[in-house]
Design a protein around this ligand. Structure first.
Ligand code: F0G
Length: 456
């Protein structure tokens, strides 16, 4: 037999709640047409995010009972530290309550007015934390990454030439760091090649610029390297991860992704002085250095999750199940970012709804239609998330208008996914009737979380 099956069976189930189309139209109106404001109970298949939504294993739940809740020097911290070191090879491990807490601490120290952060693509919270420190974030994605319909193996790569040019232009002393996001979440969940990481690291060394990795989905990225990059087919995921992290001075991580945890994160660093500064800030914002905002049981869940995420059986199923959705959409002529990413499928809303102009947020329009049609929740990654205003008030749109359908780890089965594909195809068949939106209220930072909209 050739079918790649889920490498687990189900021990505990959670019922889904069904709603009617009429109910969903009303629910969406009451949520100001923003899927973030819809109650989870009113969602049938929740693909809003793969963050913190994983199903934990029986081993993780068992480990949680072993959690040592001592304030200082907890046994669980040392287990966690060992697990993170085994993957990253970094000396100093700082637990945080989630990825953005690591970012906040690191960027408060390394950022500030006049500093620049260069990236393939910064995720929204990462960019917001950089900007909140007064610094500027610059995305330098490789050209291939900006063309949704054209497949390429490593569309998450940073444009090395542009990166070196900016270092010279702004002066190396003004570059806080280069930070590469693996996989590139905002650009389709696309991987970065080892070659690109090595080259970026070399350029950073040449100019004395710090090189960091936003490691949220490192295991998926390493699996893509194994599949797609020459010389890696025979290596284990752990070996690939070790090589990848050895290029960097440190990393930020949200354990809510590639550590199968419902909460948690860390900062891993080699530099002793920077670690000290981070720990000083950690103590006043997160907690004591051996728990950093987490319970002992959370540290245990992460430690076990990090062992499970690098298992090849799991990654083979994970990436294959993503390809499976891609094949269904491809057969129906649906426009999406090709190839499919490691954790999500990204519909190309600009091509899906060509009649909705960018200032009417085609990504949001498509996302809302998927909810009305089938109770599926997704997230807009386009001009609602990343749009800015020019001085005259005109919208400066994001480079792409995407709708992300993120697949929680080990949560949905193949028939759930078949249903999702059917709903997308039904919406595609009636796409001409889908209308755009305008913003009625927005917050100054991360506006997509709380924005209120109305149909135009
Ligand atoms: N970096 C990347 C690439 C992310 O995708 C996220 C979170 C973070 C940092 C921040 O981590 O949520 O633990 O504070 N992404 C989630 C998502 C929210 O839906 O993609 P966090």
């Amino acid at each position: 037999a050739t079918t790649i099956i889920e490498p687990f069976r189900i021990k505990s189930v959670e019922p889904l709640r069904f709603t009617s189309r009429e109910q969903r139209i009303k629910i969406l109106e009451e949520a100001f047409y923003n899927p973030f404001l819809v109650r989870a109970d009113d969602v049938l298949i929740d693909l809003l995010t793969d963050s913190g939504t994983s199903a934990m294993s029986s081993r993780q739940w068992a480990a949680m009972m072993e959690g040592d809740e001592s304030y200082a020097g907890s046994k669980s911290f040392y287990r966690f530290e060992t697990a993170v070191q085994k993957i990253t090879g970094m000396k100093n491990i700082i637990p945080t309550h989630q990825g953005r807490a690591s970012e906040k601490i690191l960027f408060t120290i390394t950022g500030g007015k006049g500093k620049y952060f260069l990236s393939n693509t910064l995720f929204d919270t990462t960019r917001a934390n950089i900007e909140f420190s007064g610094a500027t974030g610059i995305d330098l994605l490789t050209e291939a990454g900006l063309q949704p319909s054209v497949p390429a193996p490593f569309k998450g790569n940073i444009d090395l030439e542009a990166m070196e040019k900016i270092i010279l232009e702004k002066g190396a002393e003004n570059i806080a760091m280069v930070i590469i996001t693996i996989t590139n979440n905002s650009g389709g969940g696309q991987p970065v090649s080892m070659e690109n990481i090595r080259a970026a690291s070399r350029i950073c060394k040449k100019y004395g610029v710090a090189f960091f990795i936003d490691a949220c989905r490192f295991a998926e990225n390493c699996y893509f390297i194994k599949q797609r990059e020459e010389g890696y087919a025979q290596k284990t995921i752990l070996e690939i991860a070790n090589e990848l992290f050895s290029c960097a001075d440190g990393c930020t991580m949200s354990a809510k992704k590639d550590a199968f945890a419902n909460i948690g994160g860390f900062l891993a660093l080699n530099d002793a002085a920077l670690t000290q500064e981070c720990r000083n800030l950690l103590v006043i914002t997160e907690g004591f250095p051996t728990y950093g905002g987490l319970a002992g049981r959370d540290l245990e869940a992460i430690a076990v999750g990090l062992e499970e995420i690098v298992q090849e059986d799991y990654l083979k199923y994970r990436i294959r199940s993503m390809e499976y959705i891609g094949e269904k959409l491809e057969a129906a002529g649906i426009p999406f970012v090709k190839p499919v990413g490691g954790h999500a499928v990204y519909l190309d809303a600009k091509a899906f709804l060509p009649h909705v102009p960018v200032h009417q947020y085609p990504g949001l329009a498509l996302s809302n239609e998927l909810y009305i049609e089938g109770g599926i929740r997704s997230v807009e990654i386009g001009s609602l998330m990343f749009g800015k205003y020019a001085e005259d008030g005109a919208l400066i749109p994001a480079p792409m208008e995407l709708v992300r359908l993120a697949i929680p780890r080990r949560v949905y089965t193949q028939s759930h996914i078949d249903y999702v594909a059917e709903v997308i195809i039904e919406v595609f068949n009636k796409r001409a009737s889908v209308k755009g939106y305008e913003i009625a209220y927005e917050a100054p930072l991360l506006r997509h979380f709380t924005a209120r909209l109305r149909p135009v």
